[in-house]
Design a protein around this ligand. Sequence first.
Ligand code: CA
Ligand code: CA
Ligand code: CA
Length: 736
Amino acid sequence: MSESNVEKSKAATYKGRLSVPRNASNADEDEIPLMETFGVIPRTFDKKDYLEVEYVELFKQQHQKNKREHHTDRYYNRQLIIRRGQTFEIRIDFNRPYNPEKDQFWVEFVIGRYPQQSKGTYLPIPIVDELEVGKWGAKVILNDYNSVTLSILSAPNCIIGKFRMYIAILTPYGILRTPRKSDTDTYILFNPWCKEDAVYMDDEKEIEEYVMNDFGVIFHGEVNNIKTRSWEYGQFEEQMLDACLFLMDKAELDLSGRGNPIKISRIGSAVINGKDDDGVVAGNWNNDYTYGVSPSAWTGSVEILLEYYSSKLPVKYGQCWVFAGVFTTFLRCLGIPARLVTNYFSAHDKDANLQTDVYLDEDGKTNTVLTKDSIWNYHCWTEAWMTRPDLPVGFGGWQAVDATPQENSEGMYRCGPASVQAIKHGHVCFQYDTPFLFAEVNSDIVYSKVLKDGTREVQYFDKTHVGQKLLTKAIGGNGPHDITDLYKFSEGTEEERLALEAALMYGVKKEVRDEEQFLSGLDTTMEFQEDNAIFGSDFKVTLTFKNQSSNRYTLSAFVTGHVVFYTGVLKSEFKNKTLQVTLDPLSTKTVDVQIKAGEYMTNIVEQASLHFFVTARINETKKIMAKQKIVVLKVPELCIKTVGKKVVGKELTVVLEFTNPLKKKLQNVILRIGGPSLMKTKTQIYREIPANTTVTWEETCIPRLAGNRKLIATLDSETLRHVYGELDLEILSGDN
Ligand code: CA
Ligand code: CA
Ligand code: CA
């Protein structure tokens, strides 16, 4: 078509009532590049005989059927939502019967301001005789009087997002296009049910958990004292789809990249944190949350994402599980299978040498100035499921992505996607950020002594402390699913050492590591245990020394106790004790250390974690043993009850109860409760809750969906955080 013809056909389309409106600079309207449409060859028509669209039917039978078949009926959103690579149906009513011999029309999907066919942002869908897997196409399945029903197949790699839909008809005067109507706007999402989609998952139960479940469980605490709390992902709640799609605009991800889960998960890991780009969640680890919500007080992602969608400013505040929870929501909402994982004793390798370096002064105490690497009690990140065509075969599947701003990756705080399989085998050469993730789960701790003259002597390797356990929520249940063996070979095996050597080979400059000389000749062991430690009470810790040699030893042990943030950052020392122990040949000795509530309560911070560091020096051999241990104090729980029938559309009373178990009053206590499809998050503030006093808070809600639902509550105060409660509810449909 020549340029003048383009002009002519444009002019013609403005004439009819179904033409593109005049003001094409309006953001809602599209300047569709007519040159890129196909088959624009005028034919011979009787002037008045061309086809005109009267109505496009998306909202009756087809609509519900499409949404059920595409597993999108749970989104609280009236628009058509489809998943790519799967057929859906629309009905078009014309002014007269459609004659395939004579009439030519097609469907168009358009996204973005400057749609282009080459970028996949302008999609003209031809009418074809047979649909072809992998390609866009529309097939007439019913031609009845003036109505035509089309079965439309989308390409399994197309862009995802909110498209505008048009019907275009070729007339003697040019192309007649239906006007922009928000009614026909259509969301296209990833499709884990589709074999050709990069996020395909072959197990229905897995999809049900990792895409469709709008609740999750987060594991925290300490590896021997695992604590759980629920989290509402809420990916189907009102406005959530728009809020999640907005994040790709915010991150300025080029539209042409929005069909690619590698790109989407990488930008997701950047935009979920507030660093660099005013992303969704502002991190804060300093225990002062005066100007926002404390990280432990959130019940889930919905409140956070909707606040961000309206304010466009980072929501205060988050820590790792908040970043991971919001990230999981984002991925599930778009249709990418995702899950939240917790790594116990997660190393943070600051200097990227793939080992966790702890420096000790000559007396055996940690040198806090030189020691930059840290070990978090636990760290949560997210996994996304996808193929990795950018890597060799075998590295697809789960990919670790982490939105917590820990280290800069190519100029931004972001991390991943890193193939979990590559992490396990130490193949840290495969993008993205695999060395960092490897160090988190399987770096050795290297204890070095710093001498007065500044020289450093390696004292001791701890090869099994880091990455002791990795957990995610079990499919279909609330318990843990241990995925440690997806990330690493068993400690103590040859394979585990080989993976570490591979990682060091790929990841760092070669350093001489003569480990054996330090490990040989260690003929004593040291163990650390604590009894059931309850927040606000006294408890004791026990050290057990075992002498496996036939020598008599004397040793000096230093026990220090710190109040600690879960990131491993020390807040303040509350205990410092030196013990002298004599060990007879082939004997075991236990020593108790008493801890008083008064010692730790003054400086206790959220998560109620205490860190114990014990170093012991055998005076005769000068060998050093070191042990780190986290003690997580037990905190009280919230109790949730309901009164009344649990039926969709019927008001239900929710009662939340809390008893202050401490010997002192709690001040400025904030209670929070919410649950997807039950109630939006509500808060209640108590200025003061005296010691041993119970408060009761009543609210009402109207359940929106039937089935197994959940209410999640949190309590937050400066003295006491990470107090949770939850209640499972079976909501009946209105017809029962
Ligand atoms: Ca960011
Ligand atoms: Ca290091
Ligand atoms: Ca190891």
